[in-house]
Design a protein around this ligand. Structure first.
Ligand code: F6R
Length: 245
């Protein structure tokens, strides 16, 4: 099993710049990269840093294809709370990626549509890079615990932890959709490179379990260690393990 490369950065800003460094280098070698883009709070600093670099003429991303990682089931794409809208506002538009280079997840969650989506990605050669965050319950995308490494793209029921942690975006916990569609762990694991970012004390315990604990369906992010090229960027607040070599 390959070991993940773990970098512990001083704080969130340093982490965001380190993430942007990694993505910039990746884009120089693979300008037409197929990139899975997480939303959530953690990668926003990284995305802002990429946008600044593009503004300074240091980064070119017009050939990138963006794959949406996950979405609330049945939500309209123009709903301001949709994760697709969030990915567009934070990544696609600031990086000058043409709108027709964005591939949404099949939000109706129909099993055959999801299976066809996975087959199409596979035929196109899979993802090159997946930029992922981690939920406090160990989820990646909405691969909620338990999720096994062969999990396909599919409709899922959100766990109470995920419903709670998204309540702020919906005004009240009662309004958070109960179901979502997510790219499965199987597709993510076939990504050439995975970049996992985590920040802050609320992620400390789950990061240790995902990175240093047993690989288990109960911590879906732990399965990312089966990836041939997993890079983990954490800030000091989120790290409780030994100083990585
Ligand atoms: C968002 C997503 C989620 C988040 C995770 C961490 O598209 O897939 O898995 O990455 O919930 O969210 P934050 O970064 O807000 O702590």
């Amino acid at each position: 099993m390959p070991s993940p490369r773990i970098d512990v950065l001083d704080d969130y800003d340093v982490l965001s710049r380190a993430g942007a460094d990694m993505v910039s280098v990746f884009l120089r070698s693979t300008p037409a990269a197929r990139i899975v883009v997480a939303t959530g709070a953690t990668p926003m600093g990284l995305y802002r840093e990429l946008a600044h670099r593009r503004g300074r003429g240091e980064l070119e991303a017009a050939e990138v294809t963006v794959f949406q990682l996950d979405e609330y089931a049945g939500i309209a794409p123009d709903d301001r709370r949709s994760l697709l809208g969030w990915a567009r506002r934070s990544f696609v538009e600031p990086l000058g990626i043409p709108p027709d280079r964005v591939v949404p997840v099949p939000t109706d969650g129909d099993p055959e549509t999801c299976a066809e989506y996975d087959r199409e990605v596979e035929r196109a050669g899979g993802y090159d890079l997946a930029i992922l965050g981690i939920g406090r319950n160990g989820h990646v995308g909405f691969n909620e615990p338990p999720s096994d490494p062969s999990a396909p793209t599919r409709l899922v029921e959100l766990t109470p932890e995920s419903i709670d942690s998204n309540a702020a975006y919906w005004g009240d916990v009662e309004h958070v959709p109960r179901r979502a569609v997510t790219i499965g762990l199987a597709g993510l694991l076939r990504s050439r490179t995975i970049l996992l970012v985590a920040s802050g004390g609320s992620k400390r315990e789950i990061v240790q379990r995902a990175v240093l604990g047993p690989m288990t369906d109960e911590v879906p992010a732990s399965h990312l260690r089966a990836s041939a090229d997993l890079r983990v960027l954490v800030d000091r607040a989120a790290w409780d393990g030994p100083e990585p070599a």
